[in-house]
Every structure is written in structure tokens, then in C-alpha cells.
Design a protein around this ligand. Structure first.
Ligand SMILES: [Zn+2]
Length: 101
């Protein structure tokens, strides 16, 4: 017999949130922003991450972007497409070539 884990998982988020506000720590909002903010947003349209260099962002050529996201799936800037770290990873997966780590 399997344990009914679904209920446990579903309740987890609400519980965690409640715990936060219950702890009475209001300094959180000023001390640290929950997510690191960059200046360059990822050029992939359905991605809301940042493509700053210090956050692992890369720039791809338009041809490369089309290969993975299709025309219209990205936003180009000056002939390049800035992508965040995870989008770059995705692209790299799609384009396994001789460029290996
Ligand atoms: Zn991205």
C-alpha cells in the first residue's frame, strides 16, 4: 500500500507561508530581496529571469536562438539574444556539439 502523500504536499506551501508571517520577522522585506535582480532581462519570451553576466547569462546569435525557441520565441537586441543561465543550458542541451565541458 502506498501512503497518500498528495495531501501532505498540497498542504506544505500554505503551511510554510503561514509559518513565515507567524514568526513576526518583518525585517525580511528590507534586509534582502527574495530573488536576485539583474539589469538585463532574458531575451526568451516565456522566461522572466535575468541574463546578466554575473548571473550566468550569455548572448546567443539569432540563428542559435531560432534553433531552440523558433522565430518569435525570443527577443533580439543588436543582433544578439541575451539569455539567462537556464535558457543557455537549455540551448546547450539542444545543441550538443563538439563544445563540451
Ligand atoms: Zn531565460
Amino acid at each position: 500500500m502506498k501512503h497518500p502523500r498528495k495531501a501532505l504536499v498540497m498542504g506544505f506551501k500554505a503551511k510554510a507561508r503561514k509559518h513565515r508571517s507567524d514568526s513576526g520577522e518583518d525585517s525580511e522585506s528590507t534586509k534582502k530581496s527574495s530573488s536576485k535582480e539583474g539589469e538585463i532581462s532574458c531575451g526568451i519570451k516565456d522566461c522572466a529571469k535575468f541574463a546578466d553576466k554575473d548571473m550566468g547569462g550569455r548572448s546567443l546569435s539569432i540563428d542559435n536562438a531560432i534553433d531552440t525557441w523558433g522565430s518569435g520565441g525570443y527577443e533580439a537586441r543588436k543582433g544578439r539574444v541575451r539569455v539567462c543561465k537556464s535558457c543557455y543550458r537549455k540551448w546547450k542541451k539542444d545543441n550538443k556539439s563538439d563544445d563540451m565541458y
